[in-house]
Design a binder for this molecule. Sequence first.
Ligand code: ADP
Length: 887
Amino acid sequence: MAEPVELPGRLGILPFRNKVLLPGAIIRIRCTSPTSVKLVEQELWQKEDKGLIGILPVRDAADAMSVGTILSSGSGLDLGDRNSKTQVGASDSHKIVGKSQQEVIQWHTRGVAARALHLSRGVEKPSGRVTYVVVLEGLCRFSVQEISTRGTYYTARVSPLDMTRPEMELVEQDPDFTALSLQFKATAMELISVLEQKQKTGGRTKVLLETVPVHKLADIFVASFEISFEEQLSMLDSVDVKVRLSKATELVNRHLQSIRVAEKITQKVEGQLSKSQKEYLLRQQMRAIKEELGDNDDDEDDVSALERKMQSAGMPANIWKHAQRELRRLKKMQPQQPGYNNSRVYLELLADLPWQTASEEHELDLKAAKERLDSDHYGLVKVKQRIIEYLAVRKLKPDARGAVLCFVGPPGVGKTSLASSIAAALGRKFVRISLGGVKDEADIRGHRRTYVGSMPGRLIDGLKKVAVCNPVMLLDEIDKTGSDVRGDPASALLEVLDPEQNKTFNDHYLNVPYDLSKVIFVATANKAQPIPPPLLDRMEVIELPGYTPEEKLRIAKRHLIPRVLDQHGLSSDFLQIPEVMVKLIIERYTREAGVRNLERNLASLARAAAVRVADQEHLLPLSKDVHQLSSPLLESRLGDSAEVEMEVIPMGDNHEMSSDFRVNSPLIVDESMLEKVLGPPRFDDKETGERVAAPGISVGLVWTAFGGEVQFVEATSMAGKGDLHLTGQLGDVIKESAQIALTWVRSRATELKFAAAKETNLLEGRDVHIHFPAGAIPKDGPSAGVTLVTALVSLFSQTKVRSDTAMTGEMTLRGLVLPVGGVKDKVLAAHRYGIKRVLLPERNLKDLVDVPSAVLASMEILPAKRMEDVLEHAFEGGCPWRQSSRL
Ligand code: ADP
């Protein structure tokens, strides 16, 4: 604190409007008006640290209650009359009346002398006006005797008001003063500790409390917070230290209380802030932090990004309106509000869906399309022909609403890859929607958004993924959709495939119509029969039969092996699979209509080879470097970076290098490698022969989702009460067939000369048990009729059925053989099993046109009209009864 100041008799006066500078307070002002600039220049700037000025409060016009405008004061001070003089009267404040009688300055009679702690002078450009910034410290009170003007600014004759040291010492002994100062200090201390808690400062203030005389502290404390002008004036006027102390205590105490009340209110309000409000506040803060960090991925930006995406999505006008409505709702929501996320995900979908984006369809070149189909697929001549026809129609009439192509056939015969070839030929994108196991209509049409976890149907989802509105969409396994309580997906598919309806396909989740008419649909199924007739009606079924072993061999050589090698990063330099080995894989490791398992087995071989190559690969580059070491360029490169490599290679001895070179000669698959990699053979030709080794066993041909299959039927008899036992997961139809077969055999017992002629009841004292092996697989259908009879005849006549003969056909109770389905697949299955003779219902012979001639050439087809024809062919040397009759 400054030492007692020597107050000069006259001070340059800086008027402060509605503001008081108290002793001990520090203030920073900027002087721009010519008057104040002059004052500062003459009284402070030129006198340097000796300069003092008087700060005199001036009342504002409104408070002055005077007539007219009161002269402006403060830094913008201007003078009315340069030579006026005012004698200070009895009143606390007095007026200077200007020229016009209307301009009045209402001066306060007491002021504070101040010195400059800091001065800075500036020149404004371009006017060249000088300005000052002054940091002033209030020093001591004075009273004004007389105000006059000197040049451009006021001066005043002043006299000091502060007590002298002896006077002060006297007061300090006054017990009232002591009590007052203690009280003040306590209040001040309290204020400091409250402020300390809030701002964690106050150390310095505490020091002040101990070092500065208490009457000065009173001024400093009061000056540190906001009080009214009147209160400031009364503080200035408290010349008596006791009065000053009690006033200051009152003001500090009031300030303290107001801080406490404010704190209480904040606490209360904070307590009432709900969790979400707090979160909101935190989020706001987080946003501010992110902004500061330039990290802009917050929600608001996301929403505007979403809006931009929506704008460029090309939605039709009505959908755009709908989307905007939803967006407005989203904007009003808080991110943590329930429903916000739903709404957002929904809008994202609207923005992502390809409303107009289409892959550009290039001019369809039928020749190129045919080449593409040929290069992708071996054989399938008819199928490819039909696809070309389909494409030709599209070329002539691009918006043609032809039937939807549906490829029907066992797995792995190329249905999916054909569909993707169509897409490639048309230059469109391809998307596959799997319908296998879809039982819920919502899978096709989506869930309404009111459901928890609702989402769009598979079609809309597929379109979002493929991001064009005109892809080739494969509805895979359309025969595997089922219906239950959750609706009927097939009926939803009807709408999808109907060109009249799919222009405005309504997905429940999307809730706005979507135009599917630009999509080219292709379907696949294993069987046509489970497809509901109305749906089948909209499709053109193209059947893909299984492949013969020769076809498989060619597919493997031309397509599968090159593809598999490529997928494993190999080439024929590394792995070669000779034709005989491919044949072995086909015969011994796969018994399927398609080529999927074949491809899998080839992939296993490629993997095994890849391991071997990769194992040795790290040696390869080294050996290359060794060869090139003679090149000076390389030598210099190795010199600084590849010393390790040089160390590893034994230069003199070529032993290790020769092992590297072994990789360069390809790995050729042989039988032992097949067994090592694929395991022991799973199938062989001898199977039927071995299984039909005893009487009572016959070979049937059945049709499954995996194509044709060979099905053995085993019958045996034992002591019993004449019952028929059936096992092997049989359906009702097949059980009935067994019943019919047994009845037929029993009714023909005498004719067939099974036993002694008199013995007419075949089942006298015995039960018959018929079993269909592969007991875990459910079986049904009428086509096992002839096979069942053959097994029973074989059992009762104790004659073995020919193991090279397989049969299929439904039989009536009277012994007529009726035609069955899936003949082509069954014949192919028989061929796979190496069966040489196939017994078919005579009326099925026409179906053989579809069977490759190579297959037909390799086997004997035996037509049967009646059961007797079957039996005639099934046994070595003809029907057993003939044999016995011959005897
Ligand atoms: P599907 O859809 O009928 O079950 P895929 O189309 O998935 O069968 O075919 C399985 C694999 O067999 C694919 O890699 C496919 O390229 C191949 N494939 C099937 N038929 C042929 C064929 N005729 N020519 C070449 N590759 C074929």
